[in-house]
Write a protein that binds this ligand. Sequence first.
Ligand code: ADP
Ligand code: TRP
Length: 324
Amino acid sequence: MRFLTGLQPSGQLHIGNYFGAIKPAVELQEKGEGYYFIANYHAMTTMTDAASLRENTHALAVDFLACGLDPEKSVFWVQSDIPEVNELSWILSTLCPMGLLERCHSYKDKVTKGFSPSHALFAYPSLMAADILLYDCDAVPVGKDQKQHLEVTRDLATKVNERFGEGLIKLPEPIISELTAVVPGLDGQKMSKSYGNTLPIFGEEKPLRKLINKKVVTDATPLEDPKPTEGSIILSLYKLFASPAQYDEMIAGHQAGGVGYGQFKKDLFEAYWEYFRTARERRADILAKPDYVQEVMTQGALRARATASITLERLRKAAGLSWF
Ligand code: ADP
Ligand code: TRP
């Protein structure tokens, strides 16, 4: 079973990204073959600054490895290191009805948010389909927001097979993480960098302690009174990091009263800090070896390209592009 997914290098990773995308990808390494990549061509549709794109790509590679992506088990690469993806994207776009792209809400949402309505932003789903179909994968784990893009991918794969030959391209199954709870932000809305309510996975201890202390929203229940457990942001976040016994203890602490939110936030910070200890140590090791990430990504690109070139050659022949 081959699993494939991509993550955009669009900024500092937060715990929503961790529980929604990174942890599931790391766990799937035990169930099959992971094909994971950094979607930097995609990030170009919304990021215009070259230095930020470069830095974020490097940072995401470091952080994904620190979180447990094993480059021996999985193939891990940067999208733009495999130029074949653009050729497949072009082939797919010749089969892609305008109406299919016009129906995609991600384009409309991004334009509403103020991003430039470029051709690349509009054609994003056909590049995403190429990302997926190039690597003969069986399943694609993604968040709910990507469901429609997976439908486009399957539509395009069907069209390729109808036009150029049955069985030419494998139709991947989506694995939509309906079950992965949406991680709440520090203010209780969905955690997202666009809402400025994130808790990063990595960072310095002091500012992070302060962030939790100052930014996790609580109500005004006095210290001595019992605190509501329903809708408590502290409890929802604590549940992600604490053992069931620790979590029950914090619930009991809320119900009993006599303990202030300051103490609960302190407990939350300690559990969070402990949870990412191994990842933090691994990250420090990675950063101490200056060429390590580049070597890993170069090897990953070689492996990815070996798969990509086979699929593409098959298609080039079928489509009449390899003409001699
Ligand atoms: P952001 O909303 O911060 O811009 P992205 O859209 O770049 O995050 O998300 C990257 C991945 O992380 C996606 O797979 C998405 O489903 C997951 N993700 C992001 N925020 C959350 C969250 N609050 N809870 C669960 N998963 C999330
Ligand atoms: N569009 C995805 C996102 O914004 C990232 C992505 C690009 C992707 N190509 C992919 C995810 C291929 C899965 C498979 O989160």
